[in-house]
Design a protein around this ligand. Sequence first.
Ligand code: NAD
Length: 501
Amino acid sequence: MADFQLFIDGEYVDARSGDTFATYDPGTGTKIGDVAKAGVEDAERAIAAARKAFDEGPWPKMSGKERAGYLRKVAELIGTKAEELATMEARDSGGTIKKAMFADVPGAQGAFEWFAQCAETEPDEVELPGSDFPPSQNLVRYEPHGVCTGIIPWNFPFIMAAWKFGPALAAGNTSVIKPASFTSVTALMLGQIFQEAELPPGVANVIAGPGGTAGEVLASHPMVDKTAFTGSTEVGRRIMQLASGTVKPVTLELGGKSANIVLDDADLDIAAAAVLFGTFFHNGQVCESGTRALVQRGIYDEFVGLLVERAGKLVIGNQLDYATDLGPLVSRGQVETVERYVKLGRDEVGEPVCGGEKPKVADDLDAEAFYQPTIFAGVPNSSKIAQEEIFGPVLCVIPFDTDEEAVAIANDSIYGLGGGVQSRDLERARRVADGMRTGTVWINDYHMINPQRPFGGYKQSGIGRELGVQGFNIYRQVKHIHTNPSTSRDGYVHFSALGDI
Ligand code: NAD
């Protein structure tokens, strides 16, 4: 029996093949346990359970208020297990315990609460203006899609699972989610929470396993009505292809290379903190990280000095220690990707102004899994390190002269996910924010994602929105019902458009 089993049809089960894969704490390299490895057959089993729960079970027929009751219970149970969940999230992903306690667990809890509220307050039916001639009464009815699948990445596994399950279930759908193989455990732990909240079997299923097999089934299976994916732009393109076979609606949350614009009237103390927080939080393994800092030339040298001084103070170490600011990256492979980009940066723009190496860490840690916060200054926006998503602790600082130039540089990217503007002049900051082609802009702030506010990307950063009312409605189909109330042929003169019938 695997230490962490699949959650299908309300029960924990092994993969049909009996296969497992090991999951590790990347900080120490110690094994956490064996995870059941779902194959095609297990993915199909989970989809069949969700299908049955949708077609024959009570979930889609319940009122929004009833479903909200279950989701509030899920949120409450997450709260009671906060420490256990946060510790496992930190061990399995390498994210710090601070991040897990202050962002991951409350973020997931807040998402379930918000979507419970949407289920209660968003109307199921809206009456439209009718017409007198030909007479009609018209209404729009919102209905669940059916079976919704979700495929999620390794950087925020627990929150991402909540962002997929929360709106899908609140809107009356049933669901199957697949977390990334590096970080499957906390999403699988949700199964126990769903059992304790007494969700009907099959409503919410979690399978762990490889994207290329189990994941492809979730995105392509004819019994699935909608699919949502968070991950790299490259795999996002593949998901669109897979979903196109049965014309499934897709929601995609993909990569980014977001610009954080520092105007010359910014409070430099706050702006420097916003740039460092925006880049190095979770080692830059955040899709909307502000990895391009665009800094106005008049303050450029002073500002770069502040960034370097403060980046050097970040504490690197064991992610389970509350004093740690930066833990390991998710894997040695991710460190190798960062090293490749830092080498490229050295070739393209020269020595970084700080970092650029693996740090020295305590003997009980895996030194190959850590990387120093690294800053390249004077980076041309056309360089590869400014254009490609690194997904590690690497910041590119880019100088500019005018506000218009800053907007043009910010928009010169295939991505458009996050972004920031740092300025004391809020009108000026708004003009800059309005010009940015991106899904979220934080003025004098960064990373402030909230379940009540929509989140998603322009351009190759994605399709659709998660969170907010928009993120709820994307999980509902729209049906228009037209009723002709006439009882005499006078109300049907339009039939004569065909002939005398
Ligand atoms: P990834 O694209 O490699 O994998 C994401 C998920 O897709 C995993 O569960 C994986 O198993 C699965 N997968 C891989 N190939 C598949 C296939 N052919 N069919 C179906 N599923 C498949 O991404 P990652 O490395 O886990 O995460 C990092 C990426 O995610 C970065 O690009 C980051 O920007 C992005 N991301 C975006 C957001 C957002 O909201 N926009 C949030 C977090 C992460």
